[in-house]
Design a protein around this ligand. Structure first.
Ligand code: RIB
Ligand code: CA
Length: 326
């Protein structure tokens, strides 16, 4: 059965790769995309989501809802140093030989609904079936919960890229970016009782894509989408190689892959909460992994992905992004 997906995203290079994976996977239908301030301001995130749609040109273009332009209470902390000023490796600046822009402003129009309302509207279209894949700060999901928790309770699954359970953070020693940017939203979503599948850095750090591997696969399927992928990942590889990660860490594509193929991981039900008070611990995901009787600790708030079948994920990712290559 085809999974109806809503992707809540802050594109972002790895977000764009996750969107491409979803748009090129038969297991799912992308029914809506909502954007949220994170890697770059929400206006650019929204433009970037439209750019990905224009690059792929799906038979049916899903509605795109512009979401929150800042966290619930905090000032936005972005990641332009990772994703470029435009959020997609500055591909918006690329010009052809005749001086024209390779990627002019996209023509795809926006939904009249904002991000949180598009989430709620899409739930109405797929009650009990919709799977949300959240790959940016959780501001939109928190706002949708505030507006209508009853409708949100009809979500079938909520797959979230976020947190760091048994490994260091990537923004501070203890916090992962999506939870760090809006810790209040992450805390509210994790405490909501929604059917959450958390995909933390523990798992996504096992999916590093080397530049040479992608270049080889793209060379075997030369088309406009491959050129888009090559153009947007240049900066991502540069950043990954500069910090010694050896390539692009596919945080968001891993979360999308697990949404499509849950057997890529195994889950452990844990009580996970998000620290909002600490100066040093802002956005820290605190998981209760104590080996004490279940009745003596707080009930689980989510299922946490604890492992990744990395080779199978890489095969899935590359075969969908570069069909026909091997
Ligand atoms: O920590 C990784 C997450 O933060 C990813 O979603 C990436 O796109 C950034 O938003
Ligand atoms: Ca993201």
């Amino acid at each position: 059965m085809t999974l109806p997906l809503l992707i809540d995203t802050d594109p972002g290079i790895d977000d764009a790769l996750a969107l491409l994976l979803a748009l090129r996977s038969p297991e799912c239908s992308v029914e809506a995309i909502t954007t949220v301030a994170g890697n770059v301001p929400v206006e650019r995130c929204t433009l970037n989501a439209l750019r990905v749609l224009e690059a792929v040109g799906p038979a049916r273009v899903p509605p795109v809802g512009r979401g929150a332009d800042k966290p619930l209470t905090r000032t936005l902390v972005s990641a332009t140093h990772v994703h470029g000023d435009d959020g997609l490796g500055n591909l918006a600046e690329i010009r052809e030989a005749d001086g024209s822009l390779r990627y002019p402003k996209p023509r795809v129009s926006l939904s009249p609904l904002d991000g949180p309302d598009l989430i709620l509207d899409t739930i109405d279209r797929f009650p009990g079936e919709l799977v949300v894949v959240a790959i940016g700060p959780l501001t939109n999901l928190a706002l949708a919960l505030q507006r209508d928790p009853r409708r949100m309770a009809q979500l079938r699954r909520v797959v979230i890229m976020g947190g760091a359970v048994g490994v260091p953070g990537n923004v501070t020693p203890v916090a992962e970016f999506n939870f760090y940017v809006d810790p209040e939203a992450a805390a509210q979503v994790l405490a909501s009782g929604l059917p959450i599948e958390l995909v933390p850095l523990d798992v996504t750090r096992n999916a590093i894509l080397p530049r040479s591997v992608l270049q080889q696969r793209l060379a075997a399927c030369p088309d406009p989408v491959s050129r888009f992928i090559a153009d947007t990942t240049q900066r991502g590889f540069q950043f990954g190689e500069e910090i010694g990660e050896g390539g692009i860490t596919l945080h968001d594509p891993v979360a999308l892959g697990i949404a499509l193929v849950p057997s890529l991981t195994y889950f452990e039900s844990l009580h996970v909460a998000v620290e909002c008070e600490g100066a040093l611990t802002r956005g820290m995901s605190v998981a209760d992994r104590r080996s004490i009787p279940v009745g003596r600790k707080a009930p689980a708030t989510c299922r946490v992905a604890r492992w990744l079948r990395a080779a199978d994920f890489r095969d899935l990712f590359l075969s969908r992004l570069c069909p026909g290559s091997s």
